[in-house]
Design a binder for this molecule. Structure first.
Ligand SMILES: Nc1ncnc2c1ncn2[C@@H]1O[C@H](COP(=O)(O)OP(=O)(O)OP(=O)(O)O)[C@@H](O)[C@H]1O
Ligand SMILES: [Mg+2]
Length: 244
């Protein structure tokens, strides 16, 4: 089995400390958190969205593990599943997706109540210590892009910024649909995930050009599924410069 950071069924934490000569992957995520924090001196990075070129490159895994690591440090951390077409965060966190972002977008007035567990599912286990909240994608909608491009979505993110110290948004890939572009536009920065195993270099370059053309602030690239020649297992690397 490939070795990777896994959110276990009880959402305890990213694979933890060094066992034998196993690598401490949570340390990589702490480093990623630090790199994000230092990526902009002028403007605080509070909302980060995660996208990639094509499906299956590891976006959702990076998003959930980063959220868990951030909840070690920040007072309130929110993970939003903005992949309205193929949501998985509710499965990672072993919860339902009957109600979530799409429903909140249609129903919220002005004030957001983050104690409303219908929308904001709260994790009180281990490292997250009650500080990690999950907003699942919610009911399937016929027009995800329209919803994510709406003024309402932008306003919602502004409201959530008042409540949470850090917000991580899991997005679909760029090549399939353009949903990630409007989400990136309301985020402070974008993490671009590439898989050492799957990503086509030219397609990734095109996706990055598309993001930059839309004025997106690409913070850097997280390389997943990197084969470790010493043990033939897979891991992560982070590059601050999104030059592929
Ligand atoms: N660093 C990694 N090393 C090895 N396998 C990984 C790694 N990260 C994720 N995976 C595996 O790759 C698959 C896709 O992961 P994930 O759902 O996180 O990707 P995704 O980019 O969000 O996919 P999608 O585009 O479908 O939303 C899963 O089987 C996951 O376990
Ligand atoms: Mg995903």
């Amino acid at each position: 089995m490939s070795r990777r950071i896994v959110v276990d069924k009880n959402t305890k934490s990213a694979s933890k400390s060094r066992r034998g000569n196993q690598f401490d992957y949570s340390e990589i995520y702490r480093q990623l958190r630090t790199n994000i924090e230092f990526s902009s001196i002028e403007n605080k990075v509070q909302v980060v969205n995660v996208t990639s070129t094509t499906p299956n490159e590891g976006k959702s895994s990076v998003s959930s593990n980063l959220a868990i690591i951030c909840s070690d440090k920040y007072d309130k951390v929110l993970l939003i599943d903005c992949d309205l077409r193929k949501p998985v965060q509710h499965k990672f966190f072993n919860t339902t997706n009957k109600v979530g972002l799409s429903n909140l977008l249609l129903s919220y007035k002005d004030k957001i109540d983050i104690d409303d567990e219908t929308y904001f599912k709260r994790y009180k286990k281990n490292t997250s210590a009650g500080k990690l909240y999950l907003l699942t994608s919610g009911s399937k909608v016929p027009n995800p892009q329209e919803l994510l491009s709406s003024k309402r979505f932008k306003r919602l993110i502004e409201e959530l910024k008042k409540e949470f110290g850090f917000i991580i948004i899991d997005c679909p890939p760029i090549s399939a649909v353009s949903d990630a572009i409007p989400v990136a536009s309301v985020s402070d920065g974008t993490l671009f995930v590439c898989s050492a195993k799957d990503t086509n270099k030219k397609e990734a370059k095109d996706a990055l050009v598309q993001l930059k053309r839309n004025g997106v602030n690409v913070l850097g690239c997280v390389l997943t599924k990197v084969e470790d020649p010493s043990n033939k297992k897979y891991g992560y690397y982070y590059g601050g410069e999104a030059n592929i």
